[in-house]
Design a protein. Structure first.
Length: 364
């Protein structure tokens, strides 16, 4: 985008690196849009591109309106008890704060008279840090992200699509929307076959209503530095998860320790069904297969169903092909993760603290 004459910036949370690959101008502040407004109005003759990376909803869930735990709806993949409800109410409150941030950004565009000339894409994050909530897994609660795009005069208001797409498709789509051919760009990182272009593909034709398909399959991976790595592939109906170290007990602080899992374990002493669900959180089979049409919350693993042998084999083949293309050697690749990413004491990539912040934040 810079090479095409755009000024580019990132505001708030940074989870990118190395710096040389992401040469953003950094804007301080999570809620204060003073610098944001200055950035987008700096030069009326120059186009701009900006990422506002909210830190909400990220624990501790302490921002946003307060909701009554007794009145919320608990999704079926969570165990419904008082502790879960209390935490979920706080989580919902912080989602509402995120909504307020989106509203403030949209108002800023309107106030600066740039609303009609700006493409806006909202995407949600990797899911909540509740057990089975999406984070630290490849369940659809996390990888099936919400996406809303607004492009006055180009995208029909109220329209929707069921086309499969991935985050990696966002970059080539924005380039294409800006009149830049993403297929002509060498990203300098060849895949296993020597191709040096983007992994993603532009979904601009989908946005413009020219087609309603993009991909036959999408892929996901979760890296835990060799202790419990996962890979996944799904089509429009079925989802296959490959757990690369099923012999290990999966334990990570965010979901396997503290609350609400400890309350679940206590309740499970008198609830065999819940006990089985809790056990699944710590020990998973090598293969999980779900029919997302009949089981959208991935509650019933049907990998052993003989009627689905062909479907499972096809998904396995597609996953193998993708891993080869990505130079992903499974556990061998996982064990190199420590050498390739910065980590905090909790084992996650470092992230800025909540709040307005001062000065520029270094990308991790």
């Amino acid at each position: 985008m810079k090479a095409a004459g755009y000024r580019v910036a990132l505001q708030n949370k940074t989870h990118v690196g190395p710096d040389a690959s992401f040469p953003y101008e950094h804007i301080a502040g999570a809620d204060d849009l003073t610098e944001t407004t200055s950035f987008i109005t700096r030069d009326a003759a120059q186009p701009w591109f900006m990422v506002f990376a909210s830190n909400d909803p990220h624990s501790p869930w302490s921002r946003g309106p307060k909701y009554d735990p007794a009145k919320i709806t608990v999704p079926p993949y969570l165990h419904d008890n008082a502790i879960t409800r209390d935490a979920l109410a706080k989580y919902f409150g912080e989602i509402s704060h995120l909504d307020e941030q989106v509203g403030a950004l949209m108002k800023m565009l309107a106030d600066t008279k740039q609303s009609e000339s700006t493409v806006v894409l909202f995407v949600s994050e990797q899911g909540s840090s509740f057990p089975f909530g999406g984070k630290w897994s490849v369940y659809d609660n996390g990888i099936h992200s919400s996406a809303i795009l607004r492009w006055p005069g180009k995208v029909k208001p109220g329209s929707s699509t069921a086309a499969l797409m991935q985050y990696v498709d966002v970059t080539p789509t924005f380039l294409a929307a800006a009149g830049i051919d993403p297929t002509k760009i060498d990203v300098g990182c060849p895949d296993a076959h020597g191709a040096t272009g983007f992994d993603g593909r532009s979904f601009l034709p989908v946005l413009l209503g020219e087609t309603d398909t993009l991909r036959d399959y999408i892929f996901a991976q979760h890296t835990t530095i060799g202790t419990y790595p996962m890979r996944a592939v799904r089509d429009t109906r079925y989802k296959l998860i490959r757990n690369l170290a099923p012999e290990l007990t999966y334990t990570i602080g965010g979901i396997h320790k503290g609350q609400p899992i400890e309350s679940w374990q206590a309740d499970a002493k008198n609830d065999p069904a819940l006990a089985a669900r809790v056990a699944q959180l710590f020990n998973r089979p090598s293969e999980e297969l779900y029919d997302l049409q009949t089981d959208p919350y991935e509650m019933k693993n049907i990998a052993a169903d003989p009627a689905l042998v062909d479907i499972k084999a096809k998904l396995q083949k597609e996953l193998d092909t993708w891993m080869v293309q990505q130079k992903d050697k499974g556990l061998e690749t996982e064990k190199l993760a420590n050498t390739r990413q910065g980590k905090s004491d909790e084992g996650e990539p470092k992230a800025p603290k909540k709040g307005k912040g001062k000065g520029k934040k270094k990308a991790e």
